[in-house]
Design a protein around this ligand. Structure first.
Ligand code: PLP
Length: 454
């Protein structure tokens, strides 16, 4: 067993952490997690922390879950990996059947990959190739949104809309049509942004209309995060926007790609965010919670109409030439099956409703903090935006690192969080108890109070 000091030293010497300024990292003491218990993470010094972000929005039923562990152990005694290229495996087949049953009616085919970005890449490539098979190859452009985040690979970045992540790579990205989100009203007056959005919705839809008519006949698809944009700042779409967008896509005969990587698997209170507005997209991407937060697994689901367009003689080259080595990995698929089985056995989505209600109610208390400029809640995901002056909507500057400072404070009080610049994200495992949730919210509340007063 390597001792704590050596682990810290090796971490700093050998590791390059994602989305991390390593100069800052090297100056600080890292938290090194050794194990998990339910919604707690335990570090190598034995400190316990509530996992307030479900380990980057993935964990569903808690860590070290006996049934998920058992599913993994059972599968590993059979086989860990075998390819889906030209062959098949049992958990991958069973999970595909289950996913078709679970997703909105009409999504009948499952294409696996390993993570959220690849699920999006697959959706974009399927949509792009589909139009070639439909003899309309001029449909090459994707409409996407300001503040959208669909992952870090080149295709996923091309349909993203977060300047600080994406502009560095501008010349690598393919051309799309980025629709600007209009300015929202003063957050302090907007209280719950999902209900204040009539003007926002109208302006978004007008912008879509303009984009579409300027590029008549060239749109391959529209991609969005349904109901809530995650990494772009936990921004909530106006109620009804998704439904209107789906109608818009249908009318213009373009494809709707819904990125449920963050929202899927119960995060919004229903299995899929799409269900809130009764929408069946042409392509749906899922990852993060798919394997309960245990293993990297993703899937892109689509319709018979799209799948059938790829059928043909071998020589016709209609094949979808895309696949990742670990596509349909049996271990990940076996855990995903058990993840879904737990949802069903425990009737988790109904059980979750009072917790969501409690979460939403308790978050309203955050409005009493003078530097809280906005509280955005969607199901079991929330963003608390901090502002230097919340009356004038003056943001904290980037240099003030306010989000980072608050999360450092929560760490000393026993909760692991990760901010999105000035927004504190709350996204605990779905199975967190009400009393654990209260502890988490108390920690966040007092950390904001202390840091912003200081
Ligand atoms: C909506 C959405 N799409 C795609 C991704 C990318 O997923 P991954 O990090 O697994 O590549 C994320 C990750 O946060 C996401 O929130």
């Amino acid at each position: 067993m390597v001792d704590k000091e050596t682990l810290v030293e090796w971490d700093k010497r050998y590791l390059w952490h994602p989305f991390t300024q390593m100069q800052d990292w090297l100056a600080e003491e890292p938290v090194i997690i050794e194990r998990g218990e339910g919604c707690y993470l335990i570090d190598i010094a034995g400190n316990r922390y509530i996992d307030g972000i479900a380990s980057m929005w993935t964990n569903v039923h808690g860590h070290n879950h006996p049934e998920l562990n058992a599913a993994l152990k059972t599968q590993i005694d059979k086989i860990a990996h075998t390819t889906l290229l030209g062959y098949s495996n049992i958990p991958a087949i069973q999970l595909a059947q289950k996913l078709v049953e679970l997703t909105p009616a009409g999504l009948n085919k499952v294409f696996y990959s390993d993570n959220g970005s690849t699920a999006v890449e697959v959706a974009l490539k399927i949509a792009y190739q589909y139009w070639q098979h439909k003899k309309t190859p001029q449909r090459k452009l994707f409409i996407h949104f300001d503040n959208a985040y669909h992952g870090d690979t080149i295709g996923a970045m091309s349909v993203g809309g977060i300047d600080s992540f994406h502009t560095t790579f501008d010349s690598l990205l393919f051309k799309g049509i980025r629709v600007s989100a209009p300015e929202t009203s003063h957050p302090r007056r907007a209280v719950n942004t999902s209900d204040n959005g009539y003007a926002v919705k109208t302006r978004w839809l007008n912008a879509m209309e303009r984009a579409h008519s300027e590029h008549e006949g060239q749109i391959a698809g529209i991609i969005l995060e349904p109901l809530i944009q995650g990494a772009g700042g936990m921004r909530i779409a106006p109620t009804g926007f998704l439904k209107e967008l789906a109608a818009f896509a249908k009318q213009r005969e373009t494809l709707l790609i819904v990125d449920e990587v963050m929202t899927g698997f119960g995060r919004t209170g229903k299995m899929w965010a799409c269900e809130h507005e009764d929408v069946t997209p042409d392509l749906l991407c899922t990852a993060k919670g798919l394997a309960g937060g245990y293993l990297p697994l993703a899937a892109t689901l689509t319709t018979d109409e799209i799948y059938n367009a790829f059928l043909g003689e071998y020589r016709d080259l209609k094949t979808f030439f895309h696949g990742h080595t670990f596509t349909g990995n049996p271990l990940a698929c076996a855990v995903a099956l058990e993840n879904i089985a737990i949802f069903e056995r425990e009737n988790l989505l109904s059980q979750l409703q009072p917790t969501i209600e409690h979460f939403r109610n308790r978050l309203q208390e955050f409005w009493t903090l003078p530097h809280v400029g906005d509280v955005r809640v969607c199901g079991f995901a929330a963003g608390v935006e901090l502002m230097k002056n919340s009356d004038t909507c003056t943001p904290y500057s980037f240099e003030e690192k306010i989000g980072i400072r608050v999360c450092k404070e929560t760490l000393t009080r026993g909760a692991i969080l990760r901010p999105l610049v000035n927004t504190i994200v709350l996204m605990p495992p779905l199975q967190i108890s009400i009393s654990e949730l209260d502890t988490l919210l108390d920690i966040v509340y007092s950390s904001i109070e202390i840091v912003t007063n200081g």
